[in-house]
Design a protein around this ligand. Sequence first.
Ligand code: RIB
Ligand code: CA
Length: 299
Amino acid sequence: MSTSPAPIIIDTDPGVDDFIAILMALRSPDLDLLGLTTVGGNTSLGNATLNALRTLRAGGRPDITVASGAAEGRTRPFIFADHFHGETGLAMELPLPDMEALETSAVTWLAQTLTNRSDSITLLPVGPVTNIARLIEEHPEAANRIGRMIVMGGAVDCPGNATDCAEFNTWNDPEAAEIVFGFGIETTLIGLDVCNQVAFTRENIREGAGPGRLMMDAWFAEHPDSKEFHLCDPLAVAVAIDPTLVQTESISVAVDTSDGPERGNTSRCTGRGADGPPIDVALEVDVERAVRIISALAL
Ligand code: RIB
Ligand code: CA
């Protein structure tokens, strides 16, 4: 295990679980959060960017860079998840910091950061991967400098959560996902295959007393019929801290980019078409250890 914290960048659409994931990154001694790039998805880009700034203030790090990215997908507007994350994208109101997002766009800041640093950066896209696809198209040499990507998205051997067959992030920009999965960057995919097993409940958040606990109390109050809150984005950060939390299989993942009912579906390539490079798809998770790591850092 390396002693110095690993440099990471989170591309995010906060979003309640994004909020928990960012808090974890701020508090983990194993990670050095270089910045947040924002994308629409759970909520509008404007809300996502404000929420990223709010989260950094809540986590005591208003100094960390925020760069704003895509307001819509490659071929159509994002479909927000107000019903789940709330109209502002978060379940409770948080104070705004004095800092503002950069004037520089997310893609430009990503390209500059990847080019100017010599260390190996882990990129964690936890929303639609629209910014990452644009980075690959406009700055392929910078994209090739990404050490590893840990992507929260997809549902390979299980049903979706946005539709019967598509997970929300890939459903909101499947064209971008196809570009990102096909580019050849070392990638770990944290999809619903494992995220559906890792959750907060009203019981297992009781030890917490920080902003993460307050946010979860607010979310459960807004969703009285929900027994679980799936920790999708937080699991991606937990895997950045401890990759042994998941068992992966090397799979070439096909993304359905049709306009049909399967749009956004992610499946094992059949070998008929031009299969993309294999990526490490997480299919099993140590649930108890994952919840312990997430709770210790975020609640
Ligand atoms: O399907 C879960 C994913 O969609 C998470 O990233 C959540 O924040 C939403 O963006
Ligand atoms: Ca997200």
